[in-house]
Write a protein that binds this ligand. Structure first.
Ligand code: RET
Length: 281
């Protein structure tokens, strides 16, 4: 399927295709690193009960930055140095290791669920009950998807993909219902952002199985080199939104709720002089 004439699992790319994937991986690294930095530096601007959500979100971005470093160098090494820039990039015999991505998801998806549940600020028992359902389902989804991702036949890709979709649907259902239920208990100021988070979960997480489908659709556009670029591009952009942009939305919810619950945290950057402010440590 993705196997090229040389037998490695990565197709020969044109210079433009190579540059597209190369630059996207580089963009992901920058987005993840600096979102992690921002979230860590902003920790003190939210109330203590929400700080954990920001730290977890920063860790998600940090783990992704590490894996994208590995993916980026693996990708560069799959093409021998000195490949012509105008002719198709020839392959080295280095395999493209999809395991980096799946190990990344195995760690980050449960953490994304933890940060989502943390920012809802449910009771301890409700929080634990929800995570007991969500975390195993997310791990199962990723573990079942991996054999399909590296499969060389359409049949086994379809089979593992279908199996992985079962926990995926369950997970989305539970999250959607819980987020909707928690909406009524949230202050009006954050309801819009929480609705956006809910939409992002379905819309963005849905990109992954769609990108996974491309090699099965095949043809000129979805198969071969073009399909490889689309799939890597789809996963990479979805990762930026599902981890970094999502983390920033979580920060916004935490910040607004902190301000409403404790005036010390209300929009202090809008206060022009320091004399009227409480001194805070
Ligand atoms: C796979 C295999 C095919 C079927 C399904 C999949 C779902 C993957 C998802 C991944 C989400 C990743 C996130 C990463 C961000 O950190 C494994 C592609 C349903 C939903 C949110």
């Amino acid at each position: 399927m993705l196997t090229d004439v040389s037998g490695v699992n990565i197709p020969s790319l044109t210079a433009g295709q190579f540059a597209t994937v190369y630059n996207l991986f580089s963009l992901v690294i920058a987005s993840m690193l600096f979102t992690a930095l921002f979230l860590l530096l902003s920790r003190g601007r939210v109330a203590p009960r929400y700080r954990n959500a920001l730290v977890v979100s920063a860790i998600v971005c940090g783990i992704a930055a590490y894996h994208y470093f590995r993916i980026f160098s693996n990708f560069s090494e799959s093409y021998p140095p000195g490949s012509s820039v105008s002719a198709p990039h020839n392959l080295s015999n280095i395999e493209f290791n999809e395991a980096y991505r799946y190990v990344d998801w195995l760690l980050t998806v449960p953490l994304l669920l933890v940060e989502t549940v943390a920012v809802m600020a449910l009771g301890r028992v409700a929080q634990r009950g929800l995570l007991y359902k969500l975390v195993p389902a997310s791990a199962l989804m990723i573990l079942l998807g991996y054999p399909g991702e590296i499969a060389t036949s359409v049949g086994s890709r379809a089979l593992w993909g279908a199996l992985s979709t079962i926990p995926f649907i369950y997970l989305l259902y539970v999250l959607f219902v819980e987020l909707s239920r928690s909406l009524v208990r949230q202050p009006v100021e954050v309801q819009h952002t929480i609705k956006m988070l809910r939409l992002a979960l379905v819309g963005l997480w849905g990109v992954y199985p769609i990108a996974y489908l491309f090699p099965m659709i095949g043809g000129e556009f979805f198969g071969g080199a073009s399909g490889f670029v689309l799939r890597q591009g789809g996963y990479s952009l979805a990762d930026i939104f599902a981890k970094a942009a999502y983390g920033l939305a979580i920060y916004k919810v935490a910040r607004v709720k902190s301000g409403l619950e404790d005036p010390t945290y209300s929009d202090d950057e809008l206060v022009p002089d320091t004399t009227s402010r409480d001194v805070r440590v």
